[in-house]
Design a protein around this ligand. Structure first.
Ligand SMILES: [Ca+2]
Ligand SMILES: [Ca+2]
Ligand SMILES: [Ca+2]
Length: 163
């Protein structure tokens, strides 16, 4: 555990830059009376569901998600040493801040961010529409750790065997 009190930003302009977030980020830090907030900045290039949290608390601290202008768009405010965790669905590509703060004597925290990309067609609701199938059709895509599934939707106008 680090007890470095000042090495993450105290203002938006001094935010600790995480850079491009395309999967997950973990960081251990401290906030409290001598360092009341830690602000991190990050960028996303694709829309996704962002889960963010702080855990391992010995005193209360809270976490907020801020937009590029510093407006609060989500947060978790549990009391005491409970983990604070929140999910912001369908966060659009852009620049954001995470703010961790505490007025208590101080606490270590383990910050976590996880972004599940919605990169095209990962859900039935945003399936890629292949259109009417009347003959053989080939579609090239990829799936993997950043893109765990691709969902396609198609229409048929006559009864047939799907192979
Ligand atoms: Ca700190
Ligand atoms: Ca700080
Ligand atoms: Ca809290």
């Amino acid at each position: 555990m680090t007890t470095n009190h000042i090495n993450s930003g105290n203002t938006l302009s001094q935010a600790w830059d995480i850079g491009l977030l395309n999967s997950s980020f973990y960081h251990a830090q401290w906030v409290g009376s001598s360092d009341v907030r830690d602000i991190y900045s990050f960028t996303t290039h694709q829309a996704g569901d962002l889960n963010f949290w702080i855990k391992g608390l010995s005193n209360n601290a809270n976490i907020q998600l801020l937009d590029d202008d510093g407006n609060i768009i989500s947060g978790s405010y549990n009391t005491g040493t409970q983990t604070d965790s929140a999910t912001f669905g369908n966060l659009q590509a852009g620049d954001y801040y995470i703010k961790v703060y505490s007025n208590n004597p101080g606490t270590n925290y383990n910050l976590g961010l996880r972004l599940n990309l919605r990169d095209a067609n990962n859900y039935v609701g945003n399936a890629q529409n292949v259109g009417v199938i009347t003959e053989e059709k080939h579609i090239i895509g990829s799936v993997g750790s950043y893109d765990v599934r691709d969902v396609y939707r198609f229409t048929t106008h006559q009864i047939g065997d799907l192979v």
